[in-house]
Design a protein around this ligand. Structure first.
Ligand code: ARG
Length: 475
């Protein structure tokens, strides 16, 4: 799972530079139409692949020397040249050019400008088709590792909240109707489980990302005696792609990553919805700190849960990105097709959206104020322990279905008398069933309801304590 992190420097999108000759200009007699230039270029967004493109090229050059395809001296010149190009990009002096289409041709052209024709040997036994597949895989390894780390950090915040508010009770809901009391910690740890599955999906996806495509050439492999295992090892890949045609035309790994992210966003979106509800005056369960809320330009009293709302909204972008990727790939014949260049924006947008959402969520949750009394008050809703009354009758030997019926009648009687189950007089209970005795009231408290749910995975405080002990050690 652990990939060596390639250093990325976030910088502004490239500016336009003077026209440059295209590396593939040989068979053309006319210039590319300016509209086509703009239309086909990916440099406005794929520039961010530069650290991977350069690291991949350095490993490729080292392999070309090791196998005797180029000399050690030539490889040395190429590698030094690539390091200088990297420095130029990092410090912001590199001139990205739209005529050179993409990051691969921008870097290679600059290399040749710097070190002369020997730079032209770098692309030996390589095509942009396997090169771009390599770059995306390397980029995704870092993004997956980052996302995985962020999920782990978010889980730790959930664990510390659950730990801090161990005794807090709130209503658990089904159909958004008060159902049964639960511990706040238990509620929060439900999200812990979701994010554990998300981490598992990323780990699983990582294994399929971490396969090395370089050496596939344009699609059919190469006549030159390359050493793909060497390049894989240099770049920390677990294995190499078996089939050259699959290597250049496969984007399953990008789709898988986006699918995993769609589920992360879906989980964040559900949590967002709860935070929006809980921070409303109607619920009043939590306050989100000022730093993570915003005001209204017209209603001075308002404090809006925008981070939660935007996270919920951004979920749609990631679903859209997943649909876009699936649709781009559908119907493409083998092997590489230019359609595949359209994979980058959805992919980059997915990575940015998920990592930024997780990062802001981690900080926002840390600063949440829990209003225990409001939660408690809602949990004391007159009928929330109705299931407990049914269970009480079941324990006295009554079949559950019959118990359900008796409790239903008890609720009706309560509504007539404007009381809750916990204060319905014993005389009334006795009319409903002779099995009900004085000890019924002990079963109807919120504490008893929560405390007795000791079945594995249930909300009992003893369960929460045990689970927290395990999770705190996992850190
Ligand atoms: N910019 C291209 C992409 O992102 C790189 C590969 C181009 N290959 C080609 N034969 N035109 O997919």
């Amino acid at each position: 799972m652990a990939a060596k992190k390639t250093k990325t420097v976030k910088k502004a999108a490239p500016k336009k530079a003077a026209a440059k000759a295209k590396p593939w200009a040989g068979r053309f007699t006319e210039a590319t139409n300016a509209l086509v230039e703009e239309f086909t270029a990916s440099i406005p967004y794929d520039w961010q692949l530069y650290p991977y493109d350069i690291a991949g090229s350095i490993a490729h050059a080292a392999m070309l020397a090791k196998t005797g395809i180029i000399t050690k001296k030539e490889a040395g010149q190429i590698i030094r040249g690539l390091q200088e190009v990297l420095a130029e990009i990092v410090e912001g002096s590199f001139d990205f050019s739209i005529e050179l289409e993409d990051i691969h041709m921008n870097i290679e052209t600059r290399l040749i400008e710097k070190i002369g024709p020997v730079g032209g040997k770098l692309h030996t036994a390589r095509s942009r088709n396997d090169q771009v597949a390599l770059d995306i895989r390397m980029y995704l390894r870092d993004v997956i590792t980052e996302t995985h780390d962020l999920l782990a950090a978010l889980q730790q915040v959930l664990v510390s909240l659950a730990d801090r508010y161990q005794s807090v009770v709130l209503p658990g809901y089904t159909h958004l109707q008060r159902a049964q009391p639960v511990l706040l910690g238990h509620h929060l740890l439900a999200y812990y489980e979701m994010f554990s599955r998300d981490r598992g999906r990323l780990e699983d996806c990582f294994r399929r990302v971490n396969v090395m495509p370089l050496g596939a050439g344009a699609l059919a492999g190469t006549v030159l005696p390359i050493d793909r295992q060497f390049v894989a090892k240099e770049l920390g890949f677990e294995s190499v792609c078996e089939n050259s045609m699959d290597a250049v035309s496969d984007r399953d790994f990008a789709i898988e990553f986006t699918a995993a992210c769609a589920q992360i966003m879906m989980h964040l979106s559900r949590l967002s919805e709860e935070l929006v509800l809980w921070s409303s005056a109607e619920f009043g369960f939590i306050t989100i700190s000022d730093g993570f809320t915003t005001g209204s330009s017209i209603m001075p009293q308002k404090k809006n849960p925008d981070v939660a709302e935007l996270t919920r909204g951004k979920t749609g972008r990631v679903y859209g990105n997943l649909t876009a990727l699936l649709t781009i790939m559908k119907g493409l014949p083998l092997a590489y097709n230019r359609d595949m260049q359209e994979d980058k924006e959805p992919l980059f947008d997915t990575a940015d959206t998920v990592t930024r959402s997780l990062a802001v969520y981690i900080e926002m949750l840390k600063g949440i104020t829990v209003h225990q009394d409001a939660m408690r008050k809602a949990a004391e809703d007159g009928f929330i322990t109705a299931t407990d009354l049914a269970d009480y009758l079941v324990k006295k030997g009554m079949p559950f279905r019959q118990a359900h019926e008796v409790v239903g009648r008890a609720v009706l009687r309560c509504l007539e008398l404007r009381s809750g189950l916990a204060d319905l007089p014993l005389t009334e209970y006795k009319k409903l069933s002779p099995l009900i005795r004085e000890d019924v009231y002990a079963a109807l408290s919120v504490e008893a309801s929560v405390g007795r749910r000791t079945s594995q995975g249930g909300t009992a405080p003893t369960n929460l304590k045990k689970r927290l002990a395990v999770l705190k050690k996992l850190r």
